[in-house]
Structures are given as C-alpha cells and as structure tokens.
Design a protein around this ligand. Structure first.
Ligand code: SF4
Length: 84
C-alpha cells in the first residue's frame, strides 16, 4: 500500500506527482473510489493491491487532480487508458 502505482490482473493504476504525495488528494481518492483501491497513507496516495481487480471503471478517480494525474490502464485491452 506504500506505492503510488500498482498492477492487478486486469488493470494498472498510476498516480503521478505531485498529486501522489499530496495528503489531501489521497483522502479524496480514498473517499471517492467505490471499491477502495486508494488509501490515504502517510506518504500520500496508497494503492490497495488486493482490491485492484475490483475496479468497476467508473472513472471517478480520474477527476481528482489535473487531467492525467490518475491513470487507469486496462491491461486486458492492449493497455488502453480509461478515458474520463
Ligand atoms: S475507475 Fe472507479 S473503481 Fe476504478 S479505481 Fe477509479 S474510482 Fe476506483
């Protein structure tokens, strides 16, 4: 949970800086994801690896921070990024 990116079987989540190390953004992400893929860790955004494949592709996390700060990569779809 300490890193700002993680891969499951179906998706990869990437959170870029400076958002990744921002405590407020971490709290927003932790609150917005319906399947708890994000966690507010002391160093910023944590990724809960065991929940990654529960992603429902809702796109809510993409709206936290500037465009491209959070990326959901669909590993099952030739690494296509989820569009907002
Ligand atoms: S797309 Fe939805 S379910 Fe997937 S990580 Fe983002 S907020 Fe969570």
């Amino acid at each position: 949970m300490a890193t700002h990116e993680g891969s499951g079987m179906f998706i990869r989540v990437e959170v870029g800086e400076p958002l990744a190390s921002d405590a407020e953004s971490a709290k927003r992400l932790a609150g917005i994801c319906p399947v708890d893929i994000f966690a507010a860790a002391p160093e910023g955004v944590g990724i809960v690896d065991e929940n990654l494949d529960e992603c429902i592709l809702c796109g809510l996390c993409l709206a936290v921070g500037p465009a491209g700060a959070v990326r959901i990569i669909k590993l099952y779809d030739n690494n296509a990024p989820l569009e907002a």
